[in-house]
Design a protein. Structure first.
Lengths: 330, 330
DNA sequence: AATATGAATGTAATGGATTACATTCATATT
DNA sequence: AATATGAATGTAATCCATTACATTCATATT
């Protein structure tokens, strides 16, 4: 493996000159530049980034922690993050946390040990204290899911309004018994979506029925399970609002297995507008988040932090949209 | 940011001793060890991996190149890769290539510039020459998709037999006009799956009809489009074999949109057994690959290469399985 | 008591690239 | 002709942790 020394020797110049050529720092005579380039080609030289990174004390790598890459919700967001990163000369490292604190901490180590210049958290399980500590010392942005009790920039949508819009749509279709499939976690989005659901019921003069609120884990199976639960009730709901498309798709399956029709017997609304929402039968009404843009903004704010341009933390909310499809209207 | 020097000074020992403590190299008096540990805690010291990596000339990072993280087929494989990597003290960097050669090359740079100790290629677009060159100089393993004309270890299934098994199943159900949705690429898996399809037709005395072979891009939409094409024929097929579940799910959609029944009017078989195969309506008959194990083996062989334990390249084939569901039998 | 042994610790070189500072030398200025 | 200027290039320090080799010193061996 050739080093910069080898190149310098081969080209008959000093390492400083080679380095100047590598970094286009001007101030190198064209003739010299060519000699050096030739030596680089001849030796098939590749600068060793370990040396460069140590000296510059930066890696131009960004950690992106997400619970699970197989969750289709994240893929567009990641695309946005990646595009902005590459445009700015950064590379990203995707890390599956499995929603496991320990695993998350393993990756945080990489940041703390300087193998990454900054980190994006998609649905962190970290405690308030850990987050605070992290945000104080390193560039961090929370994406989609966030804690509002820490001073760390976050990019997301207004989940409260989004949930209200979804449930209001069902009310508009004449539904009175509306069930909700939520999740038992402490995510702000969950709290806000539940609050939005309850608020609309209240505004519509419908009493909240605890039996119509069930909990899943964002996944297909949990949607199937909880929907079955609803269907076994004497006084079945006529509509189901799930806080993830995957759970909504599970609910659709349960309804169809029970021999009921969608949306005639039971309407279903999801959340996220993943690709599959328009592939399933019937197509799913759902809340669409501007996933790609969320990713772009997230990365942009992170880069600003890395460059030391931004002083204080910011709260960014992007627009959402209710996409009405066959699972709620004929 | 504290360095090892600061710790040494604070603990009143030399940097060598601190390093020994950090690396549990024995030969450090318990008392000294504790003094050092205390200094580390007091200064909140984190070893700078840039220094360590440069010195050791390794990063314990593995690049994993895959076309698209949103393809659910890959998520289980990645899980296997990750688990084995972590068990061996490696971290992985997932990289979306978008099946774009240029993008792939950007990531290869990271390997060549020593920011990674090895690389796993999932469906590389690289030319034979590039792959050869890469395999000669760096630890590489091909996962699932591979070129057999380069001497680089690969882990996959026997796609020829798998396709034969799938089509034979359709023949067994009495089908005579069997369409295939393949892809126009040079992947060996594609070639082998097409060969398996044709072989079974031949063995069954059915003449191959070029009109029954269409091409998609593994995605849902292309399945929808090509299936519509088949359905518009006068002499429609009675079964469709797609080389990805996503395309099969698209085909299912097309069939249902045409008002036809599955499997009565048209049977559909997919390939990969992604999660959604058992979530869609009707559930999809498909070829199941041992995705998690493929990931594990891939990583194990890569680590062996990194350690310099393996001499020659190897061809590993794992068992597949045809999973029969409602899309082909009532 | 003299010497050998080896555990514990320290000193300094090392890895590769960058960069502050120093030097050289041709040209411009007076 | 003497001096100033500044482009081009070189020298050596630097980033941080690891580790080969050196040193110290207590204990064991004869």
């Amino acid at each position: 493996m050739a080093t910069i020394q080898d190149v310098a020797k081969a080209a008959g110049v000093s390492v400083a000159t080679v380095s100047r050529v590598l970094n286009n720092s001007g101030l190198v005579q064209e003739e010299t530049r060519e000699t050096v380039m030739e030596a680089i080609r001849a030796l098939n030289y590749q600068p060793n980034l370990l040396g460069r990174n140590l000296r510059r004390m930066e890696t131009r790598m960004i950690l992106v922690l997400l619970p699970n890459i197989s969750n289709p919700f994240y893929s567009r967001i990641v695309k946005g993050i990646e595009d902005v990163a590459h445009k700015n000369g950064y590379n990203i490292m995707l890390c599956n946390t499995d929603s496991d604190k320990m695993r998350e901490r393993i990756y945080l180590e990489l940041l703390k040990k300087r193998l990454s210049d900054g980190i994006i958290l998609m649905a962190s399980e970290l405690s308030r204290e850990e987050l605070l500590e992290l945000g104080k010392n390193y560039p961090v942005v929370q994406c989609c899911e966030y804690r509002e009790d820490v001073e760390i920039t976050h990019v997301s949508i207004d989940n409260y309004s989004a949930a209200k819009k979804a449930v209001n749509h069902l009310i508009g279709q004449g539904h009175k018994r509306i069930a909700m499939i939520s999740c038992k976690n402490n995510f702000l989005s969950t709290v806000q979506r539940e609050a939005g659901y309850k608020k609309v019921l209240e505004e519509s003069g419908i009493e909240f029925d605890p039996d119509l609120l069930a909990y899943g884990d964002y996944g297909y199976k949990s949607g199937l399970r909880t929907a079955k639960q609803f269907l076994s009730m004497q006084d079945k709901p006529t509509a189901i609002f799930a806080i993830s498309d995957m759970m909504a798709i599970g609910a659709i399956k349960a309804v169809r297995q029970a021999g009921l029709k969608i949306p005639e017997d039971i309407a279903v609304v999801g959340f996220d507008n993943i690709n599959f929402a328009s592939m399933c039968e019937p197509e799913l009404t759902t809340v669409s988040q501007p996933k790609y843009d969320i990713g772009c903004y997230t990365m942009e704010f992170l880069i600003r932090q890395i460059k030391g341009e931004s002083k204080s933390s910011q709260a960014i909310f992007l627009e959402h949209e209710l996409i009405i499809r066959a699972s709620t209207v004929k």
